[in-house]
Design a protein around this ligand. Structure first.
Ligand code: ATP
Ligand code: MG
Length: 578
């Protein structure tokens, strides 16, 4: 493609709206434009990148025995009512009525639609398994759309669904997707890890997330330094040793702590370690108030509490509600005498003599022994894992990293087949529910994640597999007939060598072309100008390593072939997986 005839509206300045590198660079490189919050136009270069990702995804999905179909964006509410998710899904589901007053939604995911289709068609075990996928636009009315393609409201997802007759078959489907995902992310050249995950609102038996490791990730992932265990912190189990300090605890005593709302305030005022303070959080579980206790230096894991209570929804109570339930302003709640079900983190059993809120303004209570002084309904694993915790599998040391969730494989089990009656007749003529799995990859999020991992001060550093073009060809002196002819010759040759190329034939200064080539991030740069022509060479630069060289124009094809292999090999060696 000739740059002069391409629509590539690059930007010199960093757009103020962009907080992370991928967002900033996708805008600056003229690949995307924002239409409204979380909704983007894919410009020609952006679309080429998305097509390259989709191509790899399609190849691996097809190889795993899944067939492509395309389902609608608009879905009838009736199906969602059948599955129970019309009530469960919350505000991320964009609902509307059509002209006939029928309730509809924009699909955030397609379990209902595909289950409805398959149950209408599949009757016998002989027709199973059914394994299907699509690459399609999703809409989720995210509360905080941000970071460009990373968390959009409208985005492109590959979603796949499997229907099997028995558990071994379903496990086989799950494994084939897990393996296909590993190949996809390897081929895309992104460093990733597969981690154990929570099942979230989709529910089901077990799941893994595929995480691209990057500091800008919204998720936190823990790894064992000793064994293979890796999990999302939402999910990571905590092994509490059960060891109790066995310290005697003096009688409780209230103490005045004016203005000390936070753990840090209380620790400073009373001179106690945050680990000796108990945080009391008041939450609403499906609207019902409960209290959760964790150590002052720990974070409550709302997902664990939600799962413990079997709640659909959990959120922190508003300050006014906390005040009326605890009779104290925010920051002074405590478990003593609290008239709410109290759930405490396991670890709190390890010690006594804690400081807690006093359930009165500007008051805390010292010397609290939770088993003596509070009515705790259950001690359970309720907090996020921390760097000083041990691996729940082998007891080894753990480390925490930020990650971007790019893919998710779920074993759904019977969740939809039971509620929506997707059944088949087995070989003995008995009716049985199908066993389902669902598998998503955020195609647009992968693009953002790849750029988060691969960029530098000058711009994007595209892995070859998803670069809109693999090579940039810069003609520095388009008015010099010789230079122009040499560049045209290379431009004609490269596609025959299997390399797609963006040919910068514009009448721009060399500096502009170099800057744009670095910004757009094509892995291979080739430069032809009057000076290099006089030496009989084209200059080349590996965008990633910055390494420069010269390719002999007389033997260009073989010289280029060798160099291109080196550039690609560099990427293959760099790609990491789990
Ligand atoms: P998250 O926790 O980040 O909201 P999710 O658990 O809701 O993700 P899934 O329902 O598993 O995501 O969707 C499958 C994949 O779709 C995710 O792994 C992710 O790559 C992508 N995805 C989900 N939400 C978005 C979004 N708002 N913007 C872009 N991609 C998304
Ligand atoms: Mg989500």
């Amino acid at each position: 493609m000739r740059f002069s005839s391409c629509y590539i509206p690059t930007l010199k300045e960093s757009p103020a709206e962009a907080e992370v590198a991928s967002h900033r660079l996708l805008l600056r490189a003229g690949m995307i434009r924002r239409l409204t919050a979380g909704v983007y136009v894919y410009l020609p270069l952006g679309l080429r990148m998305m097509d390259k990702i989709s191509k790899i995804v399609r190849e691996e999905m097809n190889a795993a025995g899944f067939q492509e179909l395309l389902m609608p964006v608009v879905q009838p509410a009736d199906l969602w009512k059948e599955s129970g998710r019309w009530e469960q899904y919350g505000k991320e589901l964009l609902r509307f009525k059509d002209r006939n007053d029928r309730e509809c939604c924009l699909g955030p995911t397609h379990e209902e639609v595909i289950t409805d289709m398959v149950r209408g068609e599949v009757r016998s075990y002989r027709q199973l398994p059914v394994r299907l996928y699509q690459i399609q636009t999703k809409f989720r009315d995210e509360i905080r759309p941000r970071f460009g393609l990373m968390r959009g409201r409208e985005f492109i997802m590959k979603d796949a669904y499997s229907f099997d007759m028995d558990v071994p078959g379903a496990e086989q489907s799950y494994k084939s997707m897990y393996d296909a995902y590993a190949r996809i992310f390897q081929r895309l050249g992104v460093g990733f890890r597969a981690v154990e995950a929570d099942n979230g609102s989709i529910g089901g038996s077990f799941s893994h997330e595929f995480m691209v490791l990057a500091d800008t990730g919204e998720d936190t992932v823990i790894f064992c330094r000793n064994c293979d265990y890796a999990a999302n912190v939402e999910r990571a189990r905590i092994c509490w040793t059960g060891e109790k300090a066995g310290r005697p605890c003096p009688p409780c005593r209230d103490i005045s702590t004016p203005g000390a709302h936070t753990v840090a305030d209380v620790a400073g005022l009373l001179g106690v370690a945050p680990a000796k303070i108990v945080k009391t959080l008041v939450l609403l579980a499906d609207g019902r108030p409960v209290a959760a206790l964790v150590r002052g230096d720990r974070e409550l894991n709302e997902t664990k509490l939600k799962n413990l209570l079997n709640a659909r929804d959990i959120k922190l109570a508003a300050p006014a509600a906390v005040e009326s339930l605890t009779r104290a302003p925010l920051g002074f709640a405590g478990p003593r005498g609290l008239d709410l079900p109290v759930y405490a983190d396991l670890e709190l059993q390890g010690d006594t003599d804690y400081v807690t809120g006093g359930n009165a303004a500007d008051t805390h209570t010292m010397h609290v022994d939770l088993s003596r002084d509070a009515r705790v309904a259950v001690f359970a694993d309720l907090r996020n894992i921390a760097p000083d915790d041990r691996c729940p599998v082998c007891g080894g040391e753990v480390s925490l990293r930020r990650g971007i969730e790019v893919g998710h494989v779920f074993m759904l089990g019977l969740k939809y087949s039971e509620s929506m009656h997707a059944a088949f007749l087995d070989e003995k003529g008995r009716e049985r529910p199908m066993i389902m799995g669902c598998y998503g990859i955020g195609i647009s999020r992968v693009a953002a994640a790849a750029i988060e991992q691969n960029h530098d001060a000058d711009g994007i550093v595209f892995p070859p597999s998803l670069a809109p073009f693999e090579a940039a060809l810069l003609c520095l002196d388009p008015d010099n007939a010789g230079a122009r002819a040499a560049a045209e010759k290379i431009y004609a040759l490269l596609p025959r060598l299997g390399v797609d190329v963006l040919y910068d034939d514009r009448r721009e200064r060399p500096g502009v072309k170099f800057k744009d080539a670095d910004l757009l991030g094509m892995p291979m740069q080739l430069v032809i100008g009057a000076k290099s022509l006089a030496r009989g060479v084209a200059e080349c630069k590996d965008r990633r390593s910055g390494e420069k060289g010269e390719l002999d124009l007389d033997n260009f094809e073989s010289a280029f072939g060798r160099w291109a292999r080196r550039v690609r090999d560099g990427w293959n060696e760099g790609a990491q997986g789990s």
